[in-house]
Design a protein. Structure first.
Length: 198
């Protein structure tokens, strides 16, 4: 088991990075949030990893924290959720936001993630409520109060109606600052700024 890597970034792609350690370049798949925070080619980085061995491949997945890695391992234990969908989930929200969505049974929020339909979102809530430590969640996790959740759901519907894909919508909502106003109009303005449209 490869539990972590420290090395030099050789390449950063859309869903992976190549990290050289002791002369070996490891291809590490990671959520967009992790890739965006890695740094630039030539920098030395550290990531926590999980190695998944299948009959036809050995694939390495990288994370910023041990908590993120543990959540990924829990997510892929859910029926119908593979590593690719687990990466999408972690790329769309922080671990606290995902745990909060599960605790609130927020099917709408979960089903906006690429690769997750309504049935998979329902299964996630059903199976993860018993596996995740939801007791430690603050009443407002990462700014995700009920008012913010409702505003984000409304915003997602609006952005989808404007022609943005579920992946783009999730990324724009995840990029909203934690102190963004609750009002739909203000949140829409910030989301469009993310797309370069305002």
């Amino acid at each position: 088991m490869i539990a972590s890597l420290r090395g030099t970034i050789l390449h950063i792609g859309t869903d992976h990075a190549v990290i050289e350690t002791a002369g070996v370049g490891y291809l590490v798949y990671a959520p967009r949030t992790v890739l965006g925070a890695l740094g630039t080619v030539g920098e030395v980085v550290f990531v926590y990893t999980t190695l998944i061995v299948r009959e036809d491949a050995m694939t390495l997945y990288g994370f910023a924290t041990i908590e993120q890695r543990a959540l990924f391992e829990t997510l892929i234990g859910v029926t119908g959720v593979g590593p690719k969908v687990g990466m999408s989930l972690l790329g769309s929200a922080s671990p606290d936001e995902l745990r909060f969505a599960v605790a609130q049974g927020d099917i709408t929020r979960l089903s906006r993630v690429p690769g997750i339909g309504k049935k998979t979102a329902e299964r996630l809530v059903l199976e993860l409520r018993g596996k995740l430590d939801l007791k430690g969640l603050p009443p407002v996790a990462s700014g995700a109060s009920p008012a913010v959740l409702a505003a984000n759901n409304e915003l997602a519907d609006l952005l989808t109606s404007l022609g943005y894909s579920p992946a783009e919508v999730s990324a724009a909502i995840a990029a909203l600052p934690s102190d963004a106003p609750d009002g739909l109009e203000d949140r829409l303005r910030l989301a469009l700024r993310y797309f370069g449209g305002a």
